[in-house]
Design a binder for this molecule. Structure first.
Ligand code: BJW
Length: 271
């Protein structure tokens, strides 16, 4: 009888990066859509990305929403429903355990899917984790699109986007403007508190791990530069090269779900 194949041994780069992570207290992890790919959530760019079927300026801008709110809402409703069938993967789990065990670690994510929060709090707490900074909002939240109105609510229900008069409207007295997903579209400002916390954590970090992002969208892609400017080290986890790769001390080429668990693993307790 043949024995089952043993898992591939970790590369020397992975071991070296893991040693540095273990010796560091202030670590920032920046994630993008690639971290959720193994949960079945499509990335934006690349062969199976959202943008192969839709141009970003058609769907992810305030102008697109004003022009055709039904088209934009039908895309988001489709993604919200698809997400309901997705679960955090081993990459999300590794990040969650690492944040739990390391009180000075921060997670900065561009993802709007909430899978990091779910990995951290499977029981579904509504209170956001104080060291998870969501730069591009949350697809499960709604907010008012009217100028000056601050109404927002967590609401993952289906949206009927078949006709404009069926789209949800703001319930604030005297408002009634269309409700929109609480995500950040091109040309919009990022949530100030999350952005400030992300850059503060990155500029204090000894190590910034950048996982599953094409690093094309700013200001998120500039977060690791704050770590570099302060003398810290960059580690990239991505099957493909990105504009940040030349700045990384180690580029770990592979999937986040396979590389983040060994990279972030706690040392074994002494026997
Ligand atoms: C795997 C994997 C596996 C696959 N494991 N990896 C500076 C320079 C140039 C332009 C700008 C700049 N500063 C600002 C701009 C303008 C603009 C911008 O960045 N444009 C560039 C595209 C050129 N930025 C903005 O407009 C931002 N706002 C802003 O700057 O406000 C200030 C301001 C406002 C007004 C006037 C003046 C100033 C807002 C950006 C909002 C981005 N929004 C989106 C949509 C969110 C809602 C939604 O989900 O629908 O956010 S766009 C989309 O891209 C989404 C993502 O969060 C974001 C990043 O994508 P991400 O995560 O990197 O995904 P992909 O698909 O690109 O990459 C996946 C990666 O994973 C790949 O590398 C794969 O190889 C890898 N991968 N499988 C690990 N298993």
């Amino acid at each position: 009888m043949t024995s089952p194949p043993s898992p591939p041994s970790p590369s020397s780069d992975l071991l070296a990066a893991r040693d540095l992570v273990r010796r560091s207290r202030r670590v920032v992890i920046l994630t993008g859509a690639g971290v959720s790919a193994e949960s079945g959530v499509p990335t934006f760019r690349g062969p199976a990305g959202h943008w192969k079927r839709f141009r970003p300026e058609e769907l992810a801008t305030p102008e697109a929403f004003r022009r055709d709110p039904c088209l934009v809402w039908s895309w988001y409703d489709h993604r919200r429903q698809a997400l309901a069938a997705c679960a955090p993967n081993p990459g999300h789990g590794a990040v969650a355990r690492y944040l739990e065990a390391n009180p000075e670690a921060h997670l900065v994510t561009q993802n709007v899917d909430g899978l990091h929060q779910r990995a951290m709090r499977p029981e579904g707490s509504a209170v956001p984790h104080p060291r998870i900074h969501e730069l591009h909002g949350s697809i499960a939240r709604l907010r008012c699109s009217g100028p000056g109105c601050t109404w927002a609510a967590e609401d993952p229900r289906r949206i009927d986007a078949s006709r404009e008069d069926r789209l949800p409207r703001c319930p604030s007295p005297g408002c009634g403007a269309l409700v929109r997903p609480d995500v950040v579209w091109f040309g919009e400002m990022l949530p100030e508190a999350a952005l400030t916390a992300a850059f503060e954590a990155a500029s204090r970090a000894e190590v910034c791990i950048v996982a599953g992002t094409s690093a094309l969208v700013h200001p998120a892609a500039s977060v690791p530069l704050a770590t570099l400017r302060a003398g810290g080290t960059l580690v990239e986890v991505n099957p493909e090269a990105t504009p940040l790769s030349p700045h990384a001390r180690w580029c770990l080429r592979g999937r986040a779900g396979e590389l983040l668990p060994p990279l972030l693993a706690e040392p074994d307790p002494p026997a």
